[in-house]
Design a binder for this molecule. Structure first.
Ligand SMILES: Nc1ncnc2c1ncn2[C@@H]1O[C@H](COP(=O)(O)OP(=O)(O)O)[C@@H](O)[C@H]1O
Ligand SMILES: CC(=O)N[C@@H](CCC(=O)OP(=O)(O)O)C(=O)O
Length: 253
């Protein structure tokens, strides 16, 4: 049975019932297993602002000082994760919330200057195969831990790619745009290494999309298959992707 890792951008939480509609699609698919990895960048922005913190990003990654981590963890592994659990229950699933640690991905510090930003490194034992075999729907937040138990904020796209590698699964990124767009805002149906380099150099792909595209490319190379970027705004896109149709942007190795 095929396993799919589906990453859902955190902006989904700002649209009522959008996640529920995606979960309903998954509930109708009996011949596949799913792991959801979710973001929550917009919610973290709100929580940090309410707590009086300034926040900044470096190449799409949030600089995460230690003193901000309780708010980041609370927003991502707490509030965002549990809001999605609610919507998954309503759609008929048996969801279970985890962090990267339980999913079997150990994290280390990416760069001192970024504080507690983590990168996915070693794999360890994962609870995911057991959970999906028992028809649980894992909802994984991108909070991770190292072997000393320190917590880290991992970009959710990188988290999803690490889990897809671990499970040798299909990988789909559901974001808030229908596809990667070219300089004229037209959807790009397929992207390879050279096109990606050029579009980033030209400033056409930037911010969160730069992280997503680079992460997709590394994942596609490792998995030796295409990785898709599509929109959570249209649940029918997910139905088509699961049926093997080409929707959004396909990143090829
Ligand atoms: N070339 C591009 N094509 C599409 N979106 C782009 C592009 N460059 C930058 N973006 C931005 O990237 C955003 C998606 O990345 P991000 O906000 O990190 O999504 P998510 O939260 O789903 O991971 C889009 O909403 C858009 O503002
Ligand atoms: C290190 C880093 O940047 N972490 C991200 C984690 C959340 C995320 O990736 O959320 P989206 O998928 O909604 O963008 C952040 O703090 O925003």
């Amino acid at each position: 049975m095929k396993t799919w890792v589906i990453k859902i951008g955190g902006a989904v939480l700002n649209t009522a019932d959008a996640a529920k509609a995606l979960f309903a699609v998954l509930a109708s698919q009996q011949q596949a297993r799913f792991v959801i990895v979710h973001g929550g960048g917009a919610l973290i922005d709100c929580w940090l602002k309410d707590a009086g913190f300034a926040t900044a990003k470096h190449q799409g990654l949030r600089i995460s000082p230690k003193e901000q981590m309780p708010y980041i963890v609370g927003a991502l592994a707490g509030c965002a994760n549990k809001q999605l659990i609610s919507q998954a229950i309503v759609a008929g699933h048996k969801p279970v919330g985890t962090s990267l640690y339980e999913a079997g991905v150990i994290v280390s510090q990416k760069l001192k200057a970024l504080g507690q930003v983590g990168q996915c490194t070693d794999n360890s034992d994962s609870i995911l195969p057991t959970l999906i075999a028992q028809q649980w729907l894992p909802l994984v937040s991108s909070i991770g831990f190292d072997e000393k138990g320190q917590w880290y904020n991992v970009n959710a796209d990188e988290a999803a790619a690490a889990i897809a590698k671990k499970l040798d699964a299909e990988l789909i990124f559901m974001t808030d745009v229908e596809a990667v767009l070219d300089a004229n805002k037209q959807p790009l149906h397929q992207l390879n290494t050279q096109q990606i380099i050029t579009l980033i150099e030209d400033g056409v792909i930037l911010g969160g999309m730069e992280v997503k595209v680079k992460t997709s490319l590394l994942a596609a190379q490792h998995l030796r298959r295409g990785v898709y970027i599509s929109s959570w705004q249209k649940p029918e896109n997910l139905i088509a992707l699961l049926a093997g149709e080409h929707v959004g942007t396909k990143i090829t190795p």
